[in-house]
Design a protein. Structure first.
Length: 135
């Protein structure tokens, strides 16, 4: 790590949908999902305004498998990770970019918002690393 350089993201938010999972050609699990964070403030008229920010998140390995097994739409989670920007060319040859949070650990904070089930037990998952990632 370069001196004075930090790439750290901490989010607490709700899943927009169940995680989507796949496997790399090397057999490593990958899970992706969108996480919503909300911000509220009073405007100059004293009315409360809300803004939702959506974050694209990706998990790898055992952490991705756990997310696929236990995370559900609407669930509140704590996520730590780092920002990563990727680029690619679309089918028309236009260069596209996306910035995502690569999760390094997450904790399930509550039950499923969309159902009346009991809360999922709080669990912390940390990935050992991403050595066999294709990028």
């Amino acid at each position: 790590m370069q001196k004075g350089s930090v790439n750290k993201v901490v989010l607490v938010g709700h899943l927009g949908a169940d995680p989507e999972s796949r496997y790399t050609t090397a057999g490593s699990a990958v899970a992706t999902f969108n996480l919503a964070t909300n911000e509220s403030w009073r405007n100059s008229d004293g009315e409360v305004e809300d803004k939702t920010e959506w974050h694209r998140c990706v998990l790898f390995g055992k952490m991705a498998e756990t997310a696929n097994d236990y995370l559900k739409k609407g669930q509140l989670i704590y996520l730590e990770g780092r920002l990563r920007t990727r680029s690619w060319e679309d089918k028309n040859g236009v260069k596209r970019y996306t910035t995502e949070i690569v999760g390094e650990r997450f904790t399930m904070l509550g039950g499923r918002r969309s159902s009346g089930e009991d809360a999922v037990p709080v669990s912390e998952v940390k990935d050992a690393g991403d050595e066999d990632l294709p990028f």
